[in-house]
Design a protein around this ligand. Structure first.
Ligand SMILES: NC(=O)c1ccc[n+]([C@@H]2O[C@H](COP(=O)([O-])OP(=O)(O)OC[C@H]3O[C@@H](n4cnc5c(N)ncnc54)[C@H](O)[C@@H]3O)[C@@H](O)[C@H]2O)c1
Length: 332
């Protein structure tokens, strides 16, 4: 049993990771600021589930605010930090760069510096497939050069990896960066295509198919990702500095993805074929050799197998998903 700080615990991946850690008996200190990038009701609903567990403590804090974090680290003395809080989203980074500066750069330095000061055993953090930027060599391997991020979001994630490298180099601190690839599933993210497409199909609204449907994404199911993160938090044989892809190793074309959504939901998509968006990459495709050998990572969920529980969850949560929609419409 360890005391683990999970940042972004009210977020999609943080919620699932925190739940899995609680289920195996760890003490989890969950940090989140419940910000309105998407409907905070969804974050509150995830947090309510976690709060049912006696070994969970939920703390509403902005990670770019150092003073309360100092008190938290002093009071709870975590042995592991799982840093998943970030301003996510590629497209939003073109509109609101400062949110990325605050959460992904200032917040990251606060967390890694406090982890160093308190000698945590391991600092695991979320990176992203977006660091591969305009790379054309597929699948993406951790040894590929990643010096050409094509969005500010990607640049902040790559910066996190470089900062982590420095902390390992200077302080011999163990830092493990996980590059996630389009994670999806129940309790997911409303700003991502699997959610927004399903919502549009339900309301008979057109969906924008960027790059004429030619983009490919390595959709990775949340349960597979959660297992990978738990391994990264616990397995022994990791080096002091690691960067590891957590993808599905099976990229799917956007048009095939839409077809699967249609088949499984019984709804029709009205497709509006449009140009690629600035900041988007054409394909993501993870080599998972390293994850497999170091973490025993073996994603076992095909896109169809994973979309079905998401669609069922979405249908069961009619009040919550309506709130998410109303929230988004009220902002636009
Ligand atoms: N979901 C994916 O497909 C994907 C892909 C690549 C990388 N990632 C990364 O994985 C991590 C988790 O992503 P997610 O999909 O769960 O996103 P999410 O937006 O659902 O979760 C992030 C959480 O962090 C919180 N947060 C953001 N800024 C904060 C701040 N300043 N202080 C405190 N809390 C803050 C948010 O409120 C949110 O609950 C992020 O670092 C993201 O960049 C996700």
């Amino acid at each position: 049993m360890s005391t683990i700080i999970v940042t972004g615990s009210a977020g999609f991946i943080g919620f699932h990771v925190a739940k899995a850690l609680l289920d195996r008996g760890d003490i989890v200190i969950g940090l989140d600021d419940f910000n309105p990038y998407y409907d905070p009701q969804l974050k509150v609903a995830r947090d309510e589930i976690l709060k049912k567990e006696s070994n969970f403590l939920s703390i509403n804090v902005d990670i770019s605010d150092l003073a309360p974090l100092e008190i938290l680290f002093r009071n709870y003395n975590p042995s592991i930090v799982c840093h998943l809080a970030a301003q996510a989203g590629v497209r939003y980074s073109l509109i609101n760069p400062y949110a990325y500066q605050k959460s992904n750069l200032e917040g990251f330095v606060n967390l890694i510096e406090l982890s160093k000061q308190h000698s945590v055993d391991r600092f695991v953090y979320a990176s992203s497939s977006s660091v591969y930027g305009g790379n054309t060599k597929l699948p993406y391997s951790e040894d590929d050069p990643v010096e050409t991020p094509v969005s500010l979001y990607a640049a902040t994630k790559r910066s996190n990896e470089l900062i982590a490298y420095t902390y390992t180099h200077l302080w011999n601190m163990q830092t493990i960066g996980l590059r996630f690839f389009t994670v999806y599933g129940p309790w997911g993210r409303p700003d991502m295509a699997y959610w927004s497409f399903l919502e549009a199909m339900r309301y008979g609204e057109p969906i924008k198919v960027f790059n004429y449907g030619r983009n490919r994404r390595d959709f990775t199911y949340i349960d597979d990702v959660t297992k990978g993160v738990l391994s990264a938090l616990t397995v022994d044989k990791l080096d002091k500095y690691e960067i590891i892809n957590l993808g599905n190793n099976q990229p799917v074309e956007l048009m095939d993805f839409i077809e699967s959504l249609e088949d499984l939901s019984g709804l029709k998509a009205i497709k509006e074929m449009v140009d690629a968006q600035p900041g988007d990459v054409v394909a993501t495709f993870a080599s998972i050799d390293r994850a497999s050998s170091k973490l025993g990572f073996k994603p076992s969920t095909s896109l169809k197998e994973g979309l079905l529980p998401f669609i069922r969850w979405y249908e069961d949560q009619s009040i919550l998903v309506q709130s998410v929609r109303d929230f988004r419409l009220s902002k636009s």
